[in-house]
Structure formats: structure tokens, C-alpha cells
Design a protein around this ligand. Structure first.
Ligand code: PEP
Ligand code: MG
Length: 547
């Protein structure tokens, strides 16, 4: 029997499953016997203890987990939430129930907001459980322990759970909820743990069942055969060998160079990416710097960040994306209108064009940072629809002093018109996350349609081919910077379709480097030609995997 979900990180795990413990039961309201002051003090002490615990755990874990846990500590001590708890206690509700109700009502608000905000509701639930557990004097439900290694199965994982994982025991993660951008996915990817999220039915498996969790295909094979287990173990060994192999520049077996670049969201991540062999940056997501900003960042503020980034890459290519506001990444200073379908709304270049001064300031800051550093700066716009928008962005970038200006291919219309777009754009970078969402008409944040979010779909591959062909005919570079580039087998197909560079989360560089080295350009083109004849994503994956 197979179960299916969305694979994260491309690895594979084999072993017994163990399910996470159930959450604490909902607290009854037993009141507090009339001493609201004492009850508020008891809750305040629990809140502080939980926040301290998150911070300590973050310090220990480091990396992406540290930021996630610092955010959880802030949630625990959020003044609006605490005021709500206090008001409930003041009107007679007992501490545990007051915490439960206040957090639950905030969770509902977050879920109502949709997108990234809704995914944070799980984090808030974890904070609430920990405070209630502290008040009760019991330990918070969390990661099970076992002497034997296991694959952890859960409804969803909170950041603190993911950070607490003992990586010598946890072989992989499988969750029923969560999309490809949930915290489970983000942390699993950054720690190279094979994970599959959004798997319906996984909680029905009993502890001890042996499974193969294949994140490359998003498949969980239940009770596999000996041959399948041996096969999976071989893949795990190959992966370990790839991670330990010397770092070389990305290249195919025939020597064709395919530069392997990093996707970054902060200059702080540059050193780790370089250590993993990033040959430059293929996507710098500038909006991540300003997610909390209430007003648009100044030229000086932005310039400082860009100088810090570029200084890490002298002589290397760094592709910076103009602010991509909207949908899953709301920036209130660019678009705070309520939209029924924000993914189809005023986002990306559309929002920037509607507030042109903000765009101008960003491009000016980038040109100034470029002048002060020695990296090779490329700048691109997100969510571009056609050649008219391309001409607008390229002309503005050049007017403000940028040398290499291009566009992202995320909207199917741009792919269809790629031959016109490359007349003006200096380069095209394919964002397969959005290109898949828009081609399959499936919201990338929504668990219920997560199985459509598969860049192996032949419709997506054919659009990539249109862009690749336009790049080849015009001599313009075509990169891929969506998650698809981090799937080693798909990376080979993307090169076969015309991609000249690949950019990905740095943790994926070793796997992709190893896989590219197994094929010549001719073989990659052959696999690509086969994959696009597939009828479904699964079919294309089989045809394009050379197996
Ligand atoms: C994409 O859409 O593939 C992409 C790289 O951009 P983001 O994931 O930031 O939307
Ligand atoms: Mg995108």
C-alpha cells in the first residue's frame, strides 16, 4: 500500500514508524477561587518559563531553528495575547482555560487570514499547550523516545518539536497536515531530514509499521519488500557519499558547466551557503528582509543589507529579486488591501508598479550597493506577465544604473510569450513554485490541493521548455530558482529543457551536484524529451528518471 503527500528535501528514509503523542485534553473551566491576582501571577510565571525554554532550545539548535524558536518565544509573551488571558482570568476563568481560550481565538484569526499566517496557527497551538502543561505540572506532549531509530509520524509538528529532534534517532518525518512551506518543511529542508507533509491517512498506521518514506516522490510505501528496502538503503548510502564528496563546481558528465547557486533570504545565510559550495546566489528574496516593516524601507536601510550580501561574493553572480509582496508574503506598505484571491491579485511587479517610488528606491539602493562592491549583480522582477511588463522593468532598472536586468518566469503567460520576453530581458529565471501553482490552478499554500503542486507535471515541463528554447535561440541565460531545482532528478531534466543555471536551498547542493555529474547534455535532453510526453506528474517523473 502507498500513501502520498508532498516530499521535502528529496531524501529517503527506511524504518519503523512511531506516532507523536496526542495533545493535552482541552482544559475545563474550574475557575480560580476568586484570587485573580494570584492566578495571573501563576500564568505569568508559566509564560516566562515557556518563553525561556524556547530561547534556550533555540540557542542550542542554532541556524533556522533559532529564528523560529525566538519567534515562538515572542508569541508566548505577546502583550495582546497576555491582555486577553488576563481579562479572562479577571472575569473568573481559571488560568488553564483562559490560556486555552485566548490562544484558540488568536489561532482562529490567523487561520482566517490564510497563507503563511494560517500556518503559524500551529505554532501558536504549541505555545498554548506548553503553557497549559506548565500550569498543570505535566510535561508537554512532544517527540517520542525510542532506542531504535524511527520515522516520526504526527498530525503536524510545532517548531519546538522539530528543533528537539534527536537526529541520531529520527530518520525522517511524515505529517498529515502542512504544505511545502510549513515550518516542518522549512526546518526539515534546512537540516536535510527527509520529510513528507500533507499525507492523508498516515495517522491510521500503527506504531512499529515498517515504511519507506521517499521524499523525492512524496510516497510512503507501507510494508515494503526486501528488494525495495535494499534499493532505498542504497539510495541513502549514495546520498551520504554525495554529501561527503569534495565540493566542485556544478557540471555534467561531459564537462558542460551548470553553475549551482543558492536561494537566500538574508545576508546572514551567505557563509553557510558558500561552505556548501554555492557558486553565487540565484535568488535573493528581498521581501524576507522587510516582512515586519510597517513603512517602506529607506534607500540607506536597503543599501546596507545589499552591500552586506554582495560583499560575500566578489567576482560571483548574485541575482537579487525586487520585492515580491502579496499572497503568502504580505508587505503592508506595498499592498494591504483585502483580496479574495491574493495569489491572483496585486502582487510582485504589479504591486511595485502601482507604488513606483518604492520600486525606484529599491533599484537605486541596489545600484549604489553594486557600485561599492565587486559581485556581479543581476536584478529581476517577480510575477511578470509579458513583454510589455518586461520592457517596463528592464528600462527602469537601466535608467537607475543597473547593468543586468531580467525577469522571473512564474506566470504561464510569460512562458508562452518567452520568445518576445528575451528580446528585452537580459535573462530569465524560472520560479517553478509559482509557475506550478498558476499552471495547475492550485493554491500552493493549501494542503487540500498540495498534490497538484508538483513541478514534474508535464504541463509545467512544457512551459519550461518554451522558456529554455527561447533562451537557447537568443543566447540569453535561463536559470531555475524554484524548489524544482533542488530535486536532483528533476534538475537533470530542467537542464535538458534548456536551464543554464540552477539555484536552490543550500542543503540541496550536494545531491544535485552528484546527480548532474552522472549525465551528459545529450542524455539530459533525452530524459527531458521523454518526461514531457508524460500524462501526469508521476508519469513524467518515471519517464524522466532514467530508470
Ligand atoms: C517561485 O515561485 O518558484 C520562487 C522561486 O519564488 P517564491 O517561492 O519566493 O515565490
Ligand atoms: Mg514566486
Amino acid at each position: 500500500m502507498d500513501l502520498h503527500g508532498v516530499g521535502v528535501g528529496g531524501g529517503v528514509a527506511v524504518g519503523q514508524i512511531i506516532r507523536m503523542a496526542d495533545p493535552l485534553p482541552e482544559p475545563e473551566d474550574t475557575g480560580h477561587g476568586g484570587d485573580a491576582v494570584a492566578e495571573n501571577a501563576r500564568v505569568a510565571e508559566a509564560v516566562e518559563a515557556v518563553a525561556d525554554d524556547y530561547r534556550a532550545l533555540g540557542e542550542k539548535a542554532g541556524g533556522a531553528a533559532k529564528d523560529v524558536l525566538a519567534a515562538a518565544a515572542l508569541m508566548a509573551t505577546d502583550p495582546t495575547l497576555i491582555d486577553d488571558v488576563t481579562a479572562r482570568i479577571d472575569s473568573g476563568t481559571g488560568g488553564e482555560r483562559a490560556v486555552f481560550e485566548a490562544f484558540a481565538s488568536f489561532q482562529e484569526i490567523l487561520i482566517g487570514m490564510g497563507g503563511l499566517m494560517a500556518e503559524r496557527a500551529t505554532d501558536l497551538g504549541d505555545v498554548s499547550q506548553r503553557i497549559i502543561a506548565h500550569l498543570r505540572g505535566v510535561s508537554a506532549p512532544g517527540i517520542p523516545t525510542s532506542d531504535e531509530p524511527f520515522i516520526l509520524v504526527a498530525a503536524d509538528l510545532a517548531p519546538a518539536d522539530t528543533a528537539r529532534l534527536d537526529l541520531s534517532k529520527v530518520l525522517g518525518l511524515v505529517t498529515r497536515d502542512g504544505g511545502p512551506t510549513s515550518h516542518t518543511a522549512i526546518l526539515a529542508r534546512s537540516q536535510s531530514i527527509p520529510a513528507i507533509v500533507g499525507v492523508t491517512g498516515v495517522l491510521d498506521l500503527s506504531d512499529g509499521t515498517i515504511v519507506i518514506a521517499d521524499a523525492a516522490t512524496g510516497t510512503i510505501r507501507v510494508s515494503p519488500s526486501e528488494t525495495e528496502i535494499a534499493d532505498a538503503r542504497q539510495r541513502i548510502a549514495d546520498r551520504l557519499a554525495a554529501a561527503a564528496a569534495p565540493i566542485t563546481d556544478g557540471a555534467l558528465a561531459d564537462g558542460t558547466k551548470i553553475p549551482l547557486l543558492a536561494n537566500l533570504g538574508s545576508p546572514k545565510d551567505a557563509v553557510a551557503a558558500i561552505d556548501l559550495g554555492a557558486e553565487g546566489v540565484g535568488l535573493f528574496r528581498t521581501e524576507f528582509l522587510f516582512l515586519d516593516a510597517k513603512t517602506s524601507p529607506t534607500v540607506e536601510e536597503q543599501k546596507a543589507q545589499y552591500v552586506e550580501l554582495l560583499a560575500h561574493f566578489p567576482g560571483k553572480k548574485v541575482v537579487v529579486r525586487a520585492l515580491d509582496a502579496g499572497a503568502d508574503k504580505p508587505l503592508s506598505f506595498l499592498n494591504d488591501a483585502h483580496e479574495e484571491n491574493p495569489a491572483l491579485g496585486l502582487r510582485g511587479l504589479r504591486a511595485l508598479r502601482a507604488s513606483e517610488q518604492i520600486l525606484r528606491d529599491q533599484l537605486i539602493a541596489l545600484a549604489q550597493a553594486d557600485a561599492e562592491t565587486d559581485a556581479e549583480l543581476w536584478v529581476m522582477a517577480p510575477m511578470v506577465s509579458d513583454s510589455e511588463e518586461t520592457e517596463y522593468f528592464v528600462a527602469l532598472g537601466k535608467e537607475l544604473g543597473l547593468k543586468i536586468v531580467g525577469v522571473m518566469a512564474e506566470v504561464p503567460s510569460l512562458a508562452v510569450l518567452a520568445d518576445q520576453v528575451v528580446e528585452t530581458a537580459d535573462f530569465v529565471s524560472i520560479g517553478t513554485n509559482d509557475l506550478t501553482q498558476y499552471t495547475l490552478a492550485a493554491d500552493r499554500m493549501l494542503g487540500s490541493v498540495a498534490h497538484f503542486q508538483d513541478p514534474w507535471h508535464p504541463a509545467v515541463l512544457r512551459l519550461v521548455k518554451l522558456i529554455g528554447d527561447a533562451g537557447t535561440a537568443s543566447g540569453k541565460p535561463v536559470g531555475v530558482c524554484g524548489e524544482a531545482a533542488a530535486d536532483p532528478q528533476l534538475a537533470v531534466v530542467l537542464v535538458g529543457l534548456g536551464a543554464t543555471t540552477l539555484s536552490m536551498t543550500p542543503a540541496a547542493l550536494a545531491d544535485v551536484r552528484a546527480e548532474l555529474g552522472k549525465y551528459t547534455i545529450e542524455q539530459a535532453r533525452e530524459l527531458a524529451a521523454r518526461a514531457i510526453t508524460g500524462r501526469t506528474a508521476a508519469d513524467a517523473r518515471k519517464l524522466g528518471s532514467g530508470t
